[in-house]
Design a protein around this ligand. Structure first.
Ligand code: ATP
Length: 292
């Protein structure tokens, strides 16, 4: 038996860091939403125990270091599963980009194996297991749009934001999330995002307010270090984007756009500058769409 699961990328509409905790993690507050740029994961049931992993991208680890592999291992060990799985990841989400590719793969494997191995676990239980793999995995288990707090593991699902297009551009740089958080001076953050305003914008499906409330404190670390990220932001704004922000720790920058005609203009302007550009829809809130 074989099933195919979709693992969509996420963007941060807001990312705030409230404090550095004694356990080393950062206390965050983030509004995240999924976009229609997704890895596809094939899971083939094996009658005997064993986990194998293959991936279309050559620079992704294929062993326990892979979040998808870890997800399968955790589920198998925790629930004493005697069957195995062959995992194949068709990678479409740029790696180390701030788009949560690895986290989404892990979440998709948790959801997929829950059904393939007949475990009958709730999304909340899968999210709890996901938190052991990474801070963004619980959000990815739910998908759609949500507020994530704590170190990312306290997830409150939200309704869908105003529907729009998202143009994503990734400059050819890898950014280490740990390094960016490590360099952030929490007591020196110049501008915190207005998370409350973003929650209101989503509740009212107010596109303008959503664009005005975008904010990510990690820009304060990544922007001064990388001219290309600043240039992409400027280019997006100059070509008519309604809202522009860096996602996660970067280096991917996204533009929110309401009118389709503008999407092509922004896409074409960016393609002259960087190779990895995507124009996709926001998935927003439909679970059926996300898990299809
Ligand atoms: P986040 O925003 O959650 O920090 P990201 O989009 O910045 O994630 P990923 O694409 O998840 O970054 O990759 C981060 C690192 O994780 C990579 O260096 C990669 O080696 C490793 N990794 C482990 N599993 C995966 C996976 N399934 N897909 C991509 N990268 C993975």
């Amino acid at each position: 038996m074989r099933i195919s699961v979709k693992a969509p990328a996420k963007i941060n509409l807001t990312l705030d860091v409230l404090a550095k905790r004694p356990d080393g993690y950062h206390e965050v507050e983030m509004v995240m939403t999924t976009v229609d740029l997704a890895d596809r994961i094939d899971l083939t049931l094996l009658e005997e125990d064993g986990i194998t992993l293959d991936c279309s991208a050559s620079f992704v680890p294929l062993d326990e270091r892979n979040h998808a592999y870890k997800a399968a291992q955790l589920l198998r060990d925790r629930y004493g599963v005697k069957k195995g799985v062959r995992i194949y990841i068709d990678k479409q989400i740029p790696v180390a980009a701030g788009l949560g590719g690895g986290s989404s793969d892990a979440a998709a494997v948790l959801r997929g194996l829950n059904s393939l191995w007949g475990l009958n676990l709730s999304l909340a239980e899968l999210a709890r297991i996901g938190a052991e793999i990474g801070s963004d995995v619980p959000f990815c288990v739910y998908g759609g749009t949500a507020l994530a707090r704590g170190r990312g593991e306290i997830v409150t699902p939200l309704g869908p934001p105003a529907p729009c297009w998202v143009v994503l551009a990734k400059p050819p740089l890898g950014v280490s999330t740990a390094d960016v958080y490590g360099s952030l001076r929490v007591d020196k953050i110049a501008r915190h995002p207005r998370t409350d305003a973003m929650l209101k914008a989503i509740e009212r499906q107010d596109f303008r307010l959503m664009c005005d409330s975008l904010g990510n404190v990690l820009e304060e670390v990544t922007l001064p270090r990388h001219a290309q990220v600043r240039q992409i932001k400027e280019l997006m704004r100059d070509s008519g984007a309604d809202g522009v922000l860096m996602s996660g720790s970067g280096p991917t920058v996204f533009a929110l756009v309401q009118k389709q005609a503008k999407v092509y203009r922004i896409y074409n302007a960016l393609r002259g500058f960087v190779k990895e550009v995507f124009a996709v829809r926001m998935l927003g809130g439909s679970e059926a769409e996300i898990l299809a």
